[in-house]
Design a protein around this ligand. Structure first.
Ligand code: SF4
Length: 393
C-alpha cells in the first residue's frame, strides 16, 4: 500500500518551511483572496511563489484553500485569481463552492480537492464529484473507520481524511453559533469558537450546571491509534487542522506523524503511548479519537472539562551553529536559564537532550534568556543544526 501524504496546515511562510522540514509531505495554505480562514492566512501571491519553490525543491507540495462561499461581487475575480495560482505552479486547490469548482475544472488544469465543508459522508457523493472531474475529496470528519473502508472500496477518487486538530460541534463549519453570539461568520473564516465558551445550563428555568460552567464543544481530534488502519485502507492524504496554531505545534505534529508513518512503513511501530507523549509537548487541549471508533458518545465532548493549560515548553529555535566555537545562536521563544536540561527536536533525528551552559547576549554573559524573539548564544558541545527546536518537557 503506498504511504499516504502527510498534509500540514501553515499560517505563514515560517510555519510552512518548518512543517516541510520536520516531515510533512505537503502543506495547505490560505491566501488573502478567497480563503475561508482569512484571519489565519497572510500569504500574498509573492509568499505563495516562495512557498511553492521551497516545497518543490524538497519534492513536496503546496495546496491553496479557495474555499470561501462567494457572493455575487466576488465571482468575476475568481478565474483571474485561479489563473495566477496556476501560473505559480501550485499543486492544487481546495474548494467548496460549486461555482469555483466549475470555473476551476472548466478553465484550468489545477488539481482540485473538494473541501470538507461539503460534508461528504458516502461513496455516492465522492463519485458524483469525481465524475464532475474533481481529483480528491476531503471527507467529513464524522466518519468511522468501517465507513472509510466502504467508501475506499467503492471509489477510485483520491481521499483525504482529517487525523488531528479542532473538531466542530456541527458538521464541519455548518454552524451559525459564532455569527449569532459574536457577529463573526464561521463560514468566512471568522469563527469565534463560541461553542467553547462557558455557558450556564437551564432546565425549566432552573440552572442545572451548578457552579461548573458548561461548554458545547468537542475535544480535539487525535487519531494516533488509527493511523495504521488509515494507511492500510489506502487513504491518500492524512490531514492536520490548525492554520492558527504555533510553529512548535506544526513542527511537533509533522515530526511525530512522520515518525509514525516511517515506523509503519518499516513494520516497527512502537507502543502508541510513545507517539502520544511526543504530541503532548505541543498540545494544550483535551483530545479524543473523534468518530473513527464508530462510538459517538459523550467521551468525545468537552462539556465541563476545560483542559486548557498554557504550554510553555517551546524555548527557542537554533538559527546558526558554529562548529569551531561550538556556539549556537538561538531565537528565544520562552524563558530558560543556565543549568536547565532541555530536549532538542531536529528533523529526521531521534530526540536528544542537552544542558544549557553559559548564555550570552551581545557578547556578555546573561545566563538567562527572558524575552521572546531576542537572540542569545549558548555553548553546546553537541552539534545543533539551524531550525532545531529547544523545548522543556
Ligand atoms: S462555533 Fe464551534 S461548532 Fe460553530 S463553527 Fe465554530 S468551532 Fe464549529
Amino acid at each position: 500500500m503506498p504511504r499516504p501524504e502527510l498534509l500540514l496546515p501553515a499560517g505563514n511562510l515560517e510555519k510552512l518551511k518548518m512543517a516541510l522540514l520536520y516531515g510533512a509531505d505537503a502543506c495547505y495554505i490560505g491566501a488573502k483572496e478567497y480563503s475561508l480562514r482569512a484571519q489565519a492566512s497572510n500569504f500574498t501571491l509573492n509568499d505563495i511563489d516562495e512557498a511553492v519553490k521551497f516545497a518543490h525543491d524538497l519534492k513536496k507540495k503546496v495546496y491553496i484553500t479557495v474555499n470561501v462561499i462567494p457572493r455575487e461581487k466576488e465571482i468575476m475575480g475568481i478565474l483571474p485569481y485561479l489563473k495566477k495560482l496556476e501560473a505559480l505552479n501550485v499543486d492544487g486547490i481546495i474548494v467548496s463552492s460549486p461555482v469555483i469548482l466549475y470555473i476551476a475544472k472548466r478553465y484550468t488544469n489545477l488539481h482540485i480537492s473538494v473541501s470538507t465543508q461539503t460534508s461528504i459522508t458516502n461513496s455516492n457523493a465522492v463519485n458524483f464529484y469525481n465524475k464532475m472531474g474533481m481529483d480528491r475529496v476531503v471527507l467529513a470528519r464524522e466518519l468511522s473507520i468501517e465507513e472509510l473502508k466502504t467508501i475506499k472500496k467503492n471509489t477510485n477518487c483520491e481521499l483525504e481524511v482529517f487525523i488531528h486538530g479542532g473538531m466542530c460541534s456541527a458538521y464541519s463549519g455548518r454552524c451559525t453559533l459564532s455569527n449569532y453570539m459574536s457577529n463573526r461568520d464561521a463560514n468566512r473564516g471568522g469563527c469565534a469558537h463560541s461553542c467553547r465558551w462557558n455557558y450556564d445550563l437551564y432546565k425549566d428555568d432552573i440552572k442545572i450546571n451548578g457552579d461548573i460552567p458548561f461548554q458545547i464543544a468537542s475535544k480535539d481530534l487525535e487519531a494516533i491509534e488509527y493511523i495504521k488502519d488509515l494507511y492500510e485502507i489506502g487513504i491518500d492524504s492524512l490531514k492536520i487542522e490548525g492554520r492558527m496554531k504555533s510553529l512548535h505545534y506544526v513542527a511537533s505534529l509533522a515530526y511525530t506523524y512522520n515518525k509514525l508513518l516511517n515506523d509503519i512503513e518499516k513494520g516497527k511501530i512502537e507502543d502508541i503511548s510513545v507517539y502520544e507523549k511526543l504530541l503532548e509537548a505541543s498540545e494544550n487541549r483535551m483530545n479524543a479519537s473523534g468518530f473513527f471508533s464508530g462510538k459517538n458518545d459523550s467521551s468525545i465532548n468537552l462539556y465541563s472539562k476545560v483542559g486548557l493549560e498554557a504550554n510553555q515548553s517551546f524555548l527557542g529555535i537554533v538559527l546558526e551553529y558554529n562548529k569551531d566555537t561550538k556556539e549556537a545562536l538561538i531565537e528565544v521563544r520562552n524563558h530558560f536559564e543556565k543549568g536547565e536540561n532541555v530536549e532538542v527536536m531536529s528533523p529526521n533525528k531521534e530526540l536528544f537532550s542537552i544542558q544549557i551552559s553559559d548564555i550570552y547576549k551581545n557578547g556578555e554573559v546573561v545566563n538567562v534568556a527572558r524575552h521572546a524573539l531576542e537572540q542569545v548564544t549558548i555553548k553546546c558541545e553537541k552539534e545543533l543544526l539551524p531550525n532545531d527546536i529547544l523545548r522543556r518537557l
